[in-house]
Design a protein around this ligand. Structure first.
Ligand code: NIG
Ligand code: FE
Length: 436
């Protein structure tokens, strides 16, 4: 007899049911909400979702039952852009930014990405795995059940492969699902910067990425996607084109950091290469949006980085939605620009600062994010046949999730039909009588 789980009487069962493709325009505001809804799970799969009155009679008498009265039930968040494997935190830079220094100025002074690279190189695979475990736990506890995870803090052949192997191990040995992306072109490492102790030029580093790293990553099947930090002070559009074309020829998908701190033609390059996604896009203009639309590239917006860097220019989410782009939201979880694992926080920033509606934000963080990772057929909605990645939120309306910001609303998190987080009556939970 296979195991059944019935989640019943949800105040709102937010199904995201709809066409089997990324959602655009008005579709992003259509959540397929069922009041007093239920989902029936058998093993790893949702076998039915709908009104409790219809679904409950289908359940086996021995099914495990969760009463979701006064709760919101939604698909697990899919976080389509993260950098979770690294050593060390950068609260010193956080403080420097409070004192007025910019992200680029800190990088020029030897901080930024390269400071994390220096530390990450010294760590063993085992140490990196151990250090990533609490981050995986934070993500699950906040309702994220799948992430895209980038390398990029190694910047040597062996250190990049080491990080990608850690990502693979986290995917195999924790409940979180990780989709690996190779980001060997995250920065030019110290030893290729033309100092007296350099072992090569920036061109040599790009050659290393193209001729050694990418073929190894592809032949060892360590990544599904390739990324590059295409930005005026990092890699130019021409450099990005050569790296990403090589990645594509090796069978990797393309998703990359574009137009984050300046409008440098990243969106046009994403369209030219038919990338799956173009990420950041804070500086993308109308022509860039039009290029993305024509090539059906999905924009992955990362407002947590804008917020945390103390910047004011967010990606033009409204113009993108109005142009018909299938917008995605992600945390950009990393130790520098966006150290939050919480998709709930990202929804709050997206609604308040980019004027996305709560419904658009939910779509961007679930079904659209799943499609951006080529997993839309399996993840991102609560429909029969989908994998049972489900979150029960302690909220009576899905709009409370971004609205009541800064707290964790996730109560129960289910990955592949299994309860992996249960915060319903944790040791520190405050009972109602204590509040009154
Ligand atoms: O997405 N833009 C490049 N990479 C990260 C920052 C990484 C870091 O500062 O360590 C980002 O913002
Ligand atoms: Fe990033």
């Amino acid at each position: 007899m296979s195991a059944e789980l019935l989640i019943a009487h949800a105040k709102q069962l937010v199904t995201l049911a709809g066409p089997a493709r990324p959602r655009t325009g008005e579709e992003m505001r259509t959540l397929g909400i069922i009041e007093d809804g239920a989902a029936l799970v058998r093993d790893v799969e949702i076998i039915a979702s709908g009104p409790t009155s219809e679904i409950e009679p289908m359940a086996d008498a021995r099914a495990l039952r969760i009463d979701a009265r006064n709760k919101v039930v939604m698909p697990g968040f899919v976080d389509a852009h993260t950098h979770p494997v690294f050593t060390g935190t950068r609260e010193d830079e956080y403080e420097m930014r409070s004192a007025g220094l910019t992200y680029q100025e800190i990088a020029q002074r030897g901080g930024g990405i390269l400071s994390t690279v220096r530390k990450t190189r010294r760590a063993t695979e085992e140490e990196l795995f151990e250090m990533a475990l609490p981050r995986v736990r934070w993500m699950l506890e906040h309702g994220t059940t799948t992430i895209e995870a980038k390398s990029g803090y190694g910047l040597t052949v062996e250190d990049e492969l080491k990080i990608l192997r850690v990502i693979r191990r986290l995917d195999r040995e924790t409940p979180l699902e990780l989709v690996p992306t190779f980001l060997g072109a995250h920065e030019i490492p110290d030893e290729y910067r033309g100092s007296p102790r350099s072992i090569g030029s920036r061109e040599d580093y790009i050659k290393l990425v193209i001729e050694e790293m990418l073929p190894r990553v592809a032949s060892e099947r360590l990544a599904e996607y390739a990324d590059i930090f295409c930005e005026s002070h990092v890699f130019t559009v021409e450099e990005a084109r050569s790296v990403l074309e090589r990645a594509k020829s090796l069978g990797l998908g393309i998703r990359f950091h574009a137009d984050q701190l300046s409008c440098g033609g990243g969106a046009h390059l994403a369209a030219e290469l038919e990338a799956s996604t173009a990420d950041h896009l804070e500086w993308t203009d109308e022509e860039g949006i039009e290029s993305l639309r024509r090539a059906a590239v999905m924009p992955v917006l990362l407002p947590g980085a804008v917020f945390n860097l103390g910047l004011t220019r967010y990606a033009p989410a409204r113009a993108m939605i109005e142009a018909g782009l299938a917008v995605v939201l992600a945390t950009d979880f990393n130790p520098g620009s966006s150290p939050t694992p919480s998709m709930q926080m990202i929804l709050s920033i997206a609604c308040a600062q980019m004027r996305m509606t709560p419904a658009e934000a939910v779509t961007a963080a679930t079904i659209n994010a799943a499609y951006s990772l080529n997993r839309g057929a399996r993840l991102g909605s609560l429909e029969a046949g989908k994998q049972a990645d489900i979150v029960i939120f302690d909220a009576a309306d899905y709009r409370q999730i971004p609205y009541l910001f800064g707290i964790n609303h996730a109560s129960v998190v289910i990955k592949s039909g299994r309860i992996v987080v249960d915060r319903r009556a944790g040791p520190h939970s405050v009972t109602e009588s204590q509040i009154q």
